[in-house]
Structures are given as structure tokens and as C-alpha cells.
Design a protein. Structure first.
Length: 239
């Protein structure tokens, strides 16, 4: 028994010091889009703004720093006699579950429109953190894509709203990020009001039942060409 005690101590120390693992809950992401019910349960189709879109399961690759690189294909479904439009959304997540950058590309009738690589910064030019960073990256991504599509004089319904659909997928992807099988909570000083603790993260099992994460419920979907999304008053310390 005495010989076992050092081994138990080493095991406990290793478990405590083990780094957090960030993952994407694909089933929660698919459920938020209506369910993986197309293409052999590899894609989800859903209507937005009078048009139909299709999102495929994300391709996920670990990054050297312990984060994730996520690539998502999104189609604008145009019917049997028309070729679909295509978009890709690429998001880099750090080892703590925060979004570092995002980029998107939209292909329409042989034309390719690529956004800049969007990095979250505040008004002082410093890197934003936590939910503030995620909201800003999503807002600037849509603005950048929309401006470039406007220069291409793309006005057809379903195509004009493609940047907003990309943002819709971005928001739902953010809500499906997991840190050690639970939602990454915003830490004090990283987007949460001083002195206020974040809500208890929902586990992957709970999230699968409810389809909604309390810790990220204040990340709203912004309309195309509209103002930046507003945070829930609770997250800003309101009554």
C-alpha cells in the first residue's frame, strides 16, 4: 500500500496539470442549424431570408499551440437548373477556446470574393479578448465581405445575404466550442465585467438536450448590413 501512494500522487499531479483541450461539439452545431439530415447526415439545410442554404460538417485540424483550425463549407442552394453558390468559413481557435481570427471566401458564377483575415482588436488597436473579440471578428468579417460584394455589383436575392449567412454560421460555431467537454466560460478580465463571475458552463450532454448555451446566449446574430450585435444586459452587469 505504501508503494502505491507515490504512484497515486504522481497520477493526481499529472491530471491536475494536464492542459485543457478545446473541441467542437459537431452535434450541437448541427442541431442549431436544424440537424445533420442531408448528404448522409454530413450536411444541414435551412431557410434564411427566403433562400435555402446548406452547411457541411466542419473540418477540424489541431494547431501547434493546442488550438483548432476549423473550415466550414456553406452552399447557397439555387435549384435544379442553376449552379449552387459556395462559401468557406475558416476560423482559428486558441487553446483557451477563444477565437483568434476568421476569414471567408465566396464563389459566385466563377467569381471568387475573399475577405481579409480578420483579427479582433479594440479601439486602441490592442487585441480584444473573450466574447468582445468574437463579436468584433464576426462583425468585421461580414462588413468586409459585404463591401467587396458590393463592388462586384452582386444584387441577386440569396447572394446579397450570403455574408449574413456566413455570420449566422460563425455565431453558431462559436456557441459549439467546448473546453474539456464544457463550454469555455468567459474569465473575469477577459470580456466579463469586473467582480462578476460568468454563468456556470453547460456540459456537452446538457447542451445536446437544450441546444442553447447559457454562457454564450448573449452572442446575437446580426442582420445583414445592420449594426453590430448587442450583448445581453446581464453580461454587461445590468439588472
Amino acid at each position: 500500500m505504501k508503494r502505491m501512494l507515490p504512484l497515486i500522487a504522481i497520477f493526481c499531479a499529472t491530471a491536475i496539470s494536464a492542459p485543457a483541450q478545446v473541441t467542437i461539439h459537431e452535434e450541437a452545431f448541427g442541431k442549431s442549424l436544424g440537424g445533420w439530415s442531408k448528404r448522409g447526415k454530413k450536411a444541414a439545410e435551412y431557410p434564411l431570408s427566403g433562400s435555402t442554404y446548406r452547411t457541411f460538417r466542419p473540418e477540424v485540424t489541431p494547431t501547434p499551440n493546442g488550438g483548432l483550425f476549423i473550415s466550414i463549407r456553406i452552399d447557397h442552394v439555387r435549384g435544379f437548373f442553376s449552379s449552387d453558390d459556395h462559401a468557406t468559413l475558416e476560423v482559428t481557435v486558441n487553446s483557451k477556446g477563444g477565437i483568434e481570427s476568421a476569414q471567408s471566401n465566396i464563389a459566385i458564377q466563377g467569381r471568387s470574393i475573399s475577405s481579409d483575415v480578420i483579427l479582433g482588436t479594440n479601439q486602441a488597436g490592442q487585441a480584444a479578448v473573450g466574447m468582445d473579440r468574437a463579436v468584433q471578428i464576426g462583425t468585421e468579417l461580414v462588413a468586409n465581405l459585404s463591401a467587396k460584394m458590393l463592388r462586384e455589383k452582386i444584387v441577386e436575392s440569396g447572394r446579397v445575404t450570403f455574408p449574413a449567412v456566413v455570420r449566422h454560421n460563425y455565431n453558431l460555431l462559436y456557441q459549439s466550442i467546448r473546453l474539456n467537454d464544457a463550454m469555455p466560460a468567459t474569465q473575469p478580465g477577459a470580456g466579463a465585467p469586473a467582480g462578476e463571475l460568468p454563468d456556470k458552463p453547460a456540459t456537452a450532454k446538457e447542451d445536446g438536450k437544450k441546444g442553447q448555451d447559457p454562457a454564450h446566449a448573449n452572442l446575437e446574430i446580426g442582420p445583414y448590413g445592420g449594426a453590430p450585435p448587442k450583448l445581453n444586459p446581464k453580461s454587461q452587469g445590468g439588472n
